[in-house]
Design a protein around this ligand. Structure first.
Ligand SMILES: [Zn+2]
Length: 327
């Protein structure tokens, strides 16, 4: 493993060993504490011998993010003990439940809009982010958000929860969407490690059919009107890259029957068995053809088309689709 990381872990473990000894001196030789002390000693000994970070079963390297989360872990993911495997499964179950609790309700009533959403994580948890928030100041307006956090799995799901909390708090500030995203960007930069970022779209739709939208490096939302489909290009960088990024806002007025479709790259970058991408063009033709239907029917058509295209190829990424239709 990376020597700098190992040096840091060694000093961390040495400090924790001291704490543990002090506690044992105070409370007596409790079995769990003494066992833990032995485990810490065993890890420190491995560092001295140069075998730290290797799986005790297969001797391959243990995943670095797991060592960082638990410097005492002894086996790679493929060789967990029964007890470790059960603990991991129950953590993932809990993470899944927490994340499911953050998703917007299926039938959120919004004046003037028909809304449908679909979400399937690739694993137990997802790095896709989406939310629908009725404006606390204007009950006829709804904020809609969709995004994709860098990375996958539990780490990405934690960042997703972080974004969720940031936007839920910011909407009460009554700001234009581009300023909401600028604030969210700064908060995200302050609260995360520098390698982490998220692409996202933040929009607001009013009861009378006004939409304002800010696209921070995300796949372009598609607006389907009777006269064709329009892409709404990204106007800014993903959030989390630079503290002082600025964002533009796109404003438009839509008519009854117009539909806005937002999605994550799990849709357009899905591959078929020959390795071809589903692609935006195919989505645009589908929207052109089926975009006049109710949002839920549009999503059903979209998922069917994706599954026909993918055929037997496995699903590799999280997938989120959100359709808003002016009614
Ligand atoms: Zn192993």
């Amino acid at each position: 493993m990376n020597p700098a990381v190992e040096t840091q872990l060694r000093s961390q473990l040495a400090q924790r060993r001291n704490r543990l000894e002090t506690t044992i001196a105070e409370v007596g030789q409790q079995k769990d504490l003494v066992d833990l002390l032995h485990e810490v000693d065993r890890a420190l000994e491995k560092m001295t011998k140069g075998t730290y970070g290797s799986c005790e079963t297969c001797h391959e390297s243990i995943e670095e993010e797991r060592i960082l989360a638990d410097p005492l872990c002894r086996n790679c993911l493929d060789h967990l003990t029964e007890q470790e495997r059960k603990a991991l499964e129950s953590d993932l179950d809990l993470a899944y439940q927490i994340q499911a609790g953050l998703l917007p309700k299926k039938d959120l009533p919004v004046q003037g809009w028909g809304i449908a959403h679909h979400y399937t994580p690739a694993g137990p948890v997802s790095g896709d982010y989406y939310d629908l928030i009725v404006s606390p100041h204007e009950p006829g307006s709804v904020y809609f958000l969709i995004g994709d956090v860098s990375g996958k799995g539990v780490a990405a799901s934690i960042l997703m929860a972080h974004l969720h909390a940031i936007f839920r708090s910011l909407v009460s500030m009554k700001l234009p969407v581009n300023q909401l995203v600028a604030h969210a960007n700064r908060l995200f930069c302050e609260g995360t490690m520098s390698a982490q970022y998220a692409t996202l779209v933040c929009g607001k739709a009013t009861e009378s059919g006004q939409i304002e939208l800010c696209n921070a490096g995300h796949c372009p939302p598609l607006l389907r009107r009777s006269r064709g489909v329009k892409r709404i290009e990204s106007t800014g960088l993903p959030v989390g890259l630079f503290m002082h990024s600025e964002y533009d806002v796109t404003r438009m007025t839509v008519e009854k029957g117009d539909t806005l479709l937002l999605y994550t790259d799990g849709l357009t970058e899905a591959r078929n068995p020959s390795g071809e991408e589903y692609g935006e063009e195919r989505l645009v033709s589908l929207l052109d053809r089926d975009g006049g239907h109710a949002p839920q029917d549009l999503l059903t058509a979209c998922l069917k088309d994706l599954s026909d295209f993918r055929s037997t190829a496995p699903r590799a990424d999280d997938l989120t689709i959100l359709a808003l239709r002016c009614e």
